[in-house]
Structure formats: C-alpha cells, structure tokens
Design a protein around this ligand. Structure first.
Ligand SMILES: [Zn+2]
Length: 290
C-alpha cells in the first residue's frame, strides 16, 4: 500500500436509494470506476492504484437480523462492480457500526480483494455498538482487514485524537481521512457545527452549507499529514470537503513534489509582497502597511 496516490471513488448507493434515484446507482458507480481507471492510464509513470468503495447503508439495524442480509447484498453487488472494473482494493468507509463494517469486510474478502475498513466516530468516541475505535479496529484486523482506521465526521484535530489508541492496538496499516473542518472538543463532528462568528444560519447548524468559516486551510492539512507520518499512520487522505490544494499541500508536507506542484503559489512577483528585482520599491516598501 505504498504507492503514490490513491484514486478514491465516493459512494452513492445510500443517497440514490433515499432520494428515489436507485436506477442511477449502477451507471454512477461504473462511470466513477472508469474515470479512476482513465486517470491511471493517463499517468502511467505514477503507478497509481484504483480503489472501489462501499459505505454506510443506513439500513443496518443490530436488532433486525434481516438487515444483515440486506446489507450483505448491497455490499456484494457493489464489490462485484469494483472487481469487474479491476480495482486494486476496496474501501468500506463512513460506517458507524462495527457490526455493519464486519459485513462489508466479508463481502470484500469473499471477492478476493484487499480491504480498507474505516469508521466514522461520533461525539462520544465509540462506535454505535459501543466499541472504542482501537478495539473495533483490532477486531477487524483479526478478521483479516488489510488497513483499518477512520474517515469523515471529524476534522484533523479530532481525528488525530483517536488515532494513537488504534495505532497501539493494531499492527496493520492505519488509515486517517478527516474532513477539512476545524471541529472541536465542543463540536467534534462536522454534522453538528456552530459558527460563533455568524448568527444568521437557519437553525444554527453550519452543516452542511454554511461551514465556510470553519474550513481548514492547506497548511493545517499539511501539518496533519506530518503528524500522521510521525505517528506511523500510513494511509492518509481527506474526506468530505477536500479540495486539490489541500491534497497537494499534504504531499508537499511529506516531501513529495506532485505533478500539481507546477501550480504551487508563487508570490515572488506580487506587486507588494514579492521579492523579484523588477518590482518597484515604491510598492514593496509599503507592503506591511496595506
Ligand atoms: Zn466524508
């Protein structure tokens, strides 16, 4: 799992079913897989990996055995599409129950594919079936998961808070893909966010369309990447809200020079803050007073 970049395909099944667009699910998934494969072809030198994806079904209920089978069918169908597309591995993510993630893991294993299993952890820092992230990840590792960890819900700081326990309890690769928002001890997840600087958000919850003021900048994501490297968290990325400049900065923070580096900001010719000899002192001398 040490290749350069991971093509991550987002899930669509749950959303499609919930808004009555199930008929779009299969073409959506298959087209996304094709886009990822095309990227791999376009950048052959990078030795890219393509991944498939399954996510929270929102139908699993620990008190209803019938939903085990419903979930299993959903996961198996999507994993089969991924396998048909020739993916290198499959991520099961944004799942809040250990019980549901075990079903996803089994579907991936039964297809003979590498499995990455990521939990989204709510406010009280345990899975919805009551396991600590470390204990839940250890159970998945014991069940054969290749990578275990966290994605979504939490920003970099609140994700980092939970990672040491996981790293300590498992020996496989550990994943961390936070959302790029400044979530806090008070509001650890981006699904419930208060923007103290704004009083006109309907209902008061900044999620999902008023998170602007809580957005992480590229350097915060770069720091997260460095801390992950120090703590041997070795499968990293960003979940909902990621922008290319965040990902590029994470790569740069780890000493890489990605293709997108050619668009890295260059302030040397900025009329006031620049250092280029062609610039007028008339303007650069007053830079700090602007
Ligand atoms: Zn997400």
């Amino acid at each position: 799992m040490s290749k350069n970049l991971i093509e991550r395909l987002n899930d669509g099944p749950v959303l499609c079913a919930e808004i009555g667009k199930e008929h779009l699910l299969q073409p959506l998934q298959k087209n996304a897989l094709q886009i990822a494969k095309d990227s791999r072809e376009e950048f052959k030198d990078l030795d890219l990996m393509v991944c498939g994806d399954v996510a929270n079904t929102n139908v699993w209920d620990p008190n209803d055995k019938q939903t085990d089978l419903e979930c299993q069918k959903m996961f198996e169908e999507q994993v089969a599409w991924a396998k048909e597309a020739g993916v290198d591995f499959v991520i099961a993510e944004t799942i809040t129950w250990l019980g549901e993630l075990k079903i996803a893991l089994k579907a991936i294993q039964d297809a003979g594919l590498i499995a990455v299993c990521n939990f989204s952890i709510k406010r009280d820092e345990v899975t919805r079936d009551g396991y600590t992230p470390g204990d839940a990840c250890k159970i998945l590792e014991d069940n054969g998961a290749d990578v275990v960890g966290l994605n979504c819900f939490r920003g970099p700081k609140m994700t980092m808070k939970l990672l040491p326990e996981i790293r300590e309890k498992v020996s496989c690769h550990v994943a961390a893909l936070p959302v790029p928002y400044r979530t806090t001890e008070k509001d650890p997840g981006f699904l419930n966010q208060t923007d103290e600087g704004c009083d006109c958000i309907p209902g008061g919850n900044a999620f999902p369309v008023a998170l602007d003021n809580l957005y992480c900048n590229r350097f915060e994501m770069g720091e997260f990447a460095k801390e992950c490297a120090e703590k041997k968290i070795n499968f990293i990325g960003i979940c909902c809200g990621a922008e290319p400049h965040h990902v590029r900065e994470m790569a740069v923070a780890l000493g890489r020079k990605p293709i997108a580096y050619k668009y890295y900001p260059d302030m040397s010719k900025h009329y006031a803050h620049g250092t280029d000899s062609s610039l007028k002192h008339l303007n650069t001398d007053v830079a700090k007073s602007l």
